[in-house]
Design a protein around this ligand. Structure first.
Ligand code: KG4
Ligand code: ZN
Length: 392
């Protein structure tokens, strides 16, 4: 019944040349986000309210504080997204909301709000897997360049909460198109820390604040030929070669810094600088010894090498047509450059979202909702948060 109504609506909109406008809502972790996307590919607005300042002093996301902040932000963020798009609630065709995975308390805020809005407006509600959102972040932008990733693709989703390799295939004829439904097969994942989590923990123990990825990225680029204070070997994995493990590398940095008390004064100096709000590269770089810079550079080399090699070996094994890299860590400059080079060596193209769409946002949720809306894959009032929702 619902599917028939959507079919009628779609043919009406096709006849009148009107686009399908979906409001996306994202609240799975520490970003409250809302966006309006037309036809799964044109971003009319995208608003992200980051909670980083709230969680910074704890060195990571505090779930209870995150849900409270989502509650405070959700209404103004959605209103702002509509205002920026120049639309009213009635102009929307559907509401897409992140169902999971993520922090349950945080997800529930977006879901409760999305359900209420859908019910009050009598609009369809589309449940979206956050990880599928990260995949669609790439397809969403592809229409601008006119070049979408070819399928089957190997997709690495690498963020503060996830490090997973998927095989992505087309489920219907519109393959590679932003209206396509994809099928996913998980090939491997981290057995302990996600790569972004390792960045955040190493940054914390070096007194570099939270989140750690962006500053470690910049310091590694500035390290030049600084001496290597410790050796990072290849990360060994028994069993599935497409799995990851980053806790050993983080612990190695921890032991190294404990065994060398000479790091303590500079760590304290950086912590004090961060507390004063001095988080820029030019403020922190003078507080880093050559040993710290060498350590950061070698840590990043080890993480990037591992992410790239395991992903490329999966691409090779499955004869993938392209490589997709998404999630917060996909913003890393060295990771991008290394993927571009390694993929080219294999005759493949590596695709990333632009940096604003690499980290959590709602445009990717609205984009992922579009093919689901077209296929009539809707939710009703029983929709609930699913903290560990698999991508299938
Ligand atoms: O996707 P995201 O915004 O949220 C999660 O779903 O986790 O990713 C946030 C993660 C953090 O761990 C952050 O340190 C990392 O992405 N990150 C980076 C960079 N920018 C963000 N890691 C390495 N290099 C970066 N440039
Ligand atoms: Zn994410």
């Amino acid at each position: 019944m619902r599917a028939t109504i959507i079919e009628r609506q779609l043919s009406f909109q096709a006849l009148t040349n009107m686009s399908i406008r979906i409001l996306g809502i994202e609240s799975s972790c520490d970003e409250t986000a809302a966006a309006v996307v037309a036809d799964g590919r044109e971003i009319l607005s995208s608003v992200v309210a980051s909670q980083i300042d709230i969680h910074r002093k704890y060195g990571g996301v505090v779930p209870e504080l995150a849900s409270r902040e989502h509650l405070r932000q959700i209404v103004p963020v959605v209103r702002e997204a509509l205002a920026q798009a120049g639309l009213s609630f009635n102009d929307l065709d559907a509401i897409g909301v992140t169902e999971g995975p993520g922090l349950v308390g945080s997800l529930l805020v977006g879901i409760a709000y999305g359900k209420t809005l859908a019910s009050a407006l009598s609009k369809p509600l589309v449940p979206v897997n956050h990880l599928e959102g990260h995949v669609h972040a790439v397809f969403l932008e592809a229409h601008k360049s006119g070049k979408a990733p070819e399928l089957p693709a190997i997709c690495l989703i690498v963020s503060g909460g996830h490090t997973i390799i998927y095989e992505v295939k087309a489920r219907d004829a519109s393959a590679g198109n932003c209206a396509a439904l994809f099928a996913y097969r998980k090939l491997g994942q981290t057995r302990d820390d996600a790569a972004g989590e390792a960045y955040d923990k190493v940054a914390k123990l070096l007194g570099l604040g939270y989140p750690g990825g962006p500053i470690l990225d910049r310091l590694a680029a500035a390290a030049g030929n600084a001496p290597s204070p410790m050796q990072f070997g290849h990360i060994k994995i028994r069993g599935n070669p497409h799995d990851f493990s980053f806790s050993g590398i983080k612990t190695a940095v921890l032991y190294h810094s404990r065994e060398h008390p000479e790091y303590a004064p500079e760590i304290r100096a950086r912590e004090e600088a961060i507390e004063r709000g001095e988080r820029k590269l030019e403020q922190l770089l003078p507080l880093c010894s050559p040993a710290t810079l060498g350590l950061v550079r070698d840590f990043q080399n080890a993480v990037v090498r591992d992410l790239v090699e395991r992903t490329m070996s999966a691409a090779d094994e499955l004869s993938a047509a392209s490589v997709i890299v998404s999630g917060g860590v996909a913003a890393n400059s060295q990771l991008r450059a290394t993927f571009v080079q390694r993929a080219a060596e294999e005759g493949l193209t590596a695709y990333f979202p632009s940096r604003p769409l690499s980290t959590d946002n709602a445009a990717m949720i609205a984009a992922a909702a579009y093919p689901r809306f077209r296929a009539g894959l809707l939710a009703d009032h029983s929709l609930n948060a699913s903290g560990s929702l698999p991508l299938a």
